[in-house]
Write a protein that binds this ligand. Structure first.
Ligand code: BES
Ligand code: ZN
Length: 618
């Protein structure tokens, strides 16, 4: 974790500009802002590199600013030129600072004459933290190589030199070349009929923050799912994906009904290889998604509701810094629930809200107090460290509480207007709160005290009066689990035939951390959980079975974590193995074999788990 020099953040003597500074970027937006990015890149699969130019249009704010300061990580910078308004180029001096482990290398470009544009000739490193490169053998169809980006939180700087802060928005255009037969997609409008001639152009006309820059390329087929939606995936996956995501248009319409028109035009989904490190990423116009949600029964489609919801909460109204990430993820998790309720019914929405609330209640007590706050003190907190259940589940819980207190009609009206008022801007927690106070609390007095709202945002823990939904089906499962553990109900007497994915997740989540081995064996004999094709169930099952000492599951657990690079599904299984010396040795051997298939982020996270276990830490 990076130690940030102690700023007296609370002190009122600080100028606003200092308060607004993003501790995870070297950019100096009060001096100059990037307003447009034009990329001209070649995808070089043999060298695992993007190679070309980034041309930044600049809005100089401070007449005395001597330089343009950019964020980079592991980029090779060949040349920098300034372009005047007539397009005439002249070389500019630049300096690349030594690499900071967390932030990368500050690029300082001397530009005292304030050129209208700056062009940087550069190439990425094969180890770029925001890119993964797969050989044909590492893809499903084995024909062509594949590559994709994951820019959030601060990885855009590993493939484009820019002001890598969510407070700064710019439009972009791109020209990208690739080998013939490869399809290139970006976080912009994509044309499903584009010839696979190795020459692609993109235009994102809406101003976006840098973490929403995205690119993917490979053997990618397209299948329509609606009038303004399609899925993109490897040919052997695209049919299954189109079936799983066939409700996309319904989801878009339900969200528009609640919060106003979808602002971005098309909504497409790219299904990535299983090494994609996240479940989904809300790249504008082109959500990136893990294939682990393709379970055949649409039970994990909440992922689409979630990423689609970001088209309002996150992409339209954006958290200005990583400390404010709950404005993206908490609001989105709330909206996700509303979409699920509208399209699939209240029972499923309540189950998902309960699952996450119960998980948060279990985990929050073990976190440091600062991490339990929606808006933590950012000092010494890494960009990705604010990303925990707190941002998602405490954030959405707060909004469900507001909905209950103010009434659905009033709350919906405020939220819709809030998205509208701040569309295409980046705001802080305090700006959101000012809006909420003026347009919800002050206009509807007597529903909730402002101190209560502030406690949700600035205090650790979960307020005692936080309302929970009820689910009759979950209540039955709690009873069955208790009877099973007490020995009054056999595993095969569990009424689990009709359990959906969420109900299995709930049953497994609330088993004891290390259940009795005999119980695990009975469960597996009755319900064949080992080898399940559903990785949400698999992750929970293997973690518990390994903790119970059931070595029969080891081989299938290894297969699960070798195949899946989505950190949320694979890290808990590594952690379960790492809890005993024998398990740790097994996990280390499994990792050595699987490593090449993992994204750099997943590699880093697994190595940290194994290192801590070896050193005897938790
Ligand atoms: N924007 C996030 C993913 C993210 C957040 C990546 C912060 C890097 C840093 C995305 O919208 C997300 O929340 N994905 C979830 C989906 C789930 C909640 C349905 C995931 O990846 O698990
Ligand atoms: Zn999200």
């Amino acid at each position: 974790m990076r130690a940030i020099p102690a700023l007296a953040l609370g002190a009122l003597v600080l100028p606003l500009s200092a308060l607004a500074a993003d501790p995870h970027s070297y950019a100096q937006p009060n001096e100059v802002r990037v307003t447009h990015l034009d990329l001209d890149l070649a995808i070089d699969f043999p060298h695992k590199a993007l190679d070309g130019t980034a041309t930044l249009s600049l809005d100089w704010k401070d007449p005395n600013a001597p330089a343009l300061v950019l964020d980079t990580r592991d980029l090779k910078i060949a040349k920098v030129e300034g372009l005047d308004t007539a397009g005439r180029a002249s070389a500019l001096k630049f300096a690349l600072a030594p690499r900071d482990k967390e932030l990368g290398s500050k690029l300082t470009i001397q530009a005292p004459r304030h050129p209208a544009k700056v062009r940087i000739v550069y190439a990425t490193s094969p180890q770029a933290s925001g890119l993964q490169w797969l050989t044909p053998a590492q893809t499903a169809d084995k024909k062509l190589p594949f590559m994709f980006s994951q820019s959030e939180s601060i990885h855009a700087r590993s493939w484009v030199p820019l002001q890598d802060s969510p407070a700064i928005r710019f439009t972009y255009t791109a020209h990208v070349t690739a080998p013939k037969d490869v399809r290139v997609v970006m976080s912009a409008i994509n044309d499903a009929k584009h010839p696979l001639d190795g020459d692609f152009r993109f235009d994102q006309p809406h101003p976006i923050p840098s973490y929403l820059l995205a690119i993917g390329a490979g053997d990618i087929a397209v299948e329509e799912t609606g009038p303004r939606s399609a899925v993109y995936a490897e040919p052997s996956v695209v049919g299954k994906a189109a079936h799983e995501f066939e409700d996309t248009e319904k989801l878009i319409e339900a969200t528009e009904q609640l919060y106003g028109p979808y602002a971005w035009g098309r909504y497409d989904i790219l299904v990535l290889p299983p090494s994609f490190p996240y479940g989904g990423m809300e790249n504008p116009n082109m959500t990136f998604a893990t294939p682990t949600v393709l379970v055949g029964d649409k039970s994990l489609v909440s992922l689409v509701s979630h990423e689609l919801a970001h088209s309002w909460s996150g992409n339209l109204v954006t958290a200005a810094s990583w400390r404010d990430i709950w404005l993206n993820e908490g609001f989105t998790t709330y909206v996700q629930g509303r979409i699920t309720e509208a399209v699939y019914g209240k029972a499923l929405a309540d189950e998902e809200a309960l699952l996450s609330a119960r998980a948060l209640q279990k985990s929050i007590g073990d976190m440091p107090a600062n991490s339990q706050k929606l808006a933590p003190d950012p000092r010494g907190v890494g960009a990705d460290d604010s990303l925990s259940d707190v941002a998602y589940d405490k954030g959405s819980w707060f909004l469900r509480t507001l909905e209950q207190r103010f009434g659905r009609g009033t709350f919906d009206e405020w939220l819709k207007a809030y998205f509208h008022r701040h569309a295409f801007t980046s705001i802080t927690t305090e700006q959101m709160l000012a809006d909420m106070k003026a347009n919800l609390f002050d206009t509807h007095p007597g529903k909730m005290s402002w101190d209560e709202a502030k406690a949700w945002v600035y205090q650790p823990g979960i307020p005692r009066e936080a309302p929970l939904p009820t689910s009759l089906r979950f209540q039955t499962i709690d009873k069955e689990r208790a009877d099973f553990l007490a020995g009054t109900l056999d595993a095969n007497e569990l009424d689990a035939k009709g359990w959906n994915t969420q109900e299995w997740m709930y049953f497994l989540d609330r088993l004891p951390d290390a259940p009795p081995l005999s119980k695990m064996k009975q469960l597996d004999a009755a319900w064949h959980l080992t080898g399940t094709p559903n990785a949400e169930i698999g992750m929970r099952w293997y973690s518990h079975a390994i903790a119970a000492g059931d070595k029969n599951v080891w081989e299938d657990a290894r297969e699960h974590m070798t195949r899946i690079g989505r950190m949320y599904l694979t890290l808990p299984v590594y952690k379960a193995f790492a809890a005993t010396p024998e398990g740790l040795a097994y996990a280390e051997a499994a990792y050595a074999k699987a490593k090449d298939g993992y994204h750099p982020m997943t590699q880093g996270a697994i190595e940290s788990i194994l290192r801590k276990a070896r050193q005897g830490k938790k």
